[in-house]
Structures are given as structure tokens and as C-alpha cells.
Design a protein around this ligand. Structure first.
Ligand SMILES: [Zn+2]
Length: 71
């Protein structure tokens, strides 16, 4: 019986060794999330987003933040 190679699709020629896999992944690292501080209230906020504490963005109130949501 002849095996039909097209059934398996494209596969790696051989298994990547533990060492080769780990050496490749030495460049993959988790990075700390980039944060900035709000210019209005000084809270730590994500960049290019309105402040979640006071709703300010670029010196203006961009969104309304209700007191129930901030608790
Ligand atoms: Zn703020």
C-alpha cells in the first residue's frame, strides 16, 4: 500500500530539537505594558486613551465618568 503524501499537507521535514526551540525563543520576552499618567488627575492611564478616573483626554473632558463606576 502506497501512502498518499497529499493527505498530510505541508509539514516540517524534521522535529525541532528542544535546544533549537529554546534558542529561537530567547528573543521572545514579555514586556511591561506602556503606561502614562493623566495630565488632569495624575492617575496611571493607558496611552492614547481617555483617563478612566476623571475622563479627561488632551486637557478636555472626553468622557463622563460616573461616581458609581469609579468605585
Ligand atoms: Zn485623570
Amino acid at each position: 500500500m502506497k501512502l498518499d503524501i497529499t493527505l498530510f499537507g505541508a509539514l516540517p521535514f524534521r522535529r525541532i530539537s528542544k535546544t533549537a526551540k529554546r534558542q529561537r525563543r530567547t528573543h521572545l520576552k514579555k514586556t511591561a505594558p506602556t503606561v502614562t499618567t493623566c495630565s488632569n488627575c495624575g492617575a496611571v492611564v493607558a496611552p492614547h486613551r481617555a483617563c478612566t478616573k476623571c475622563g479627561y483626554y488632551k486637557g478636555k473632558e472626553a468622557i463622563k465618568v460616573s461616581k458609581e463606576e469609579t468605585k
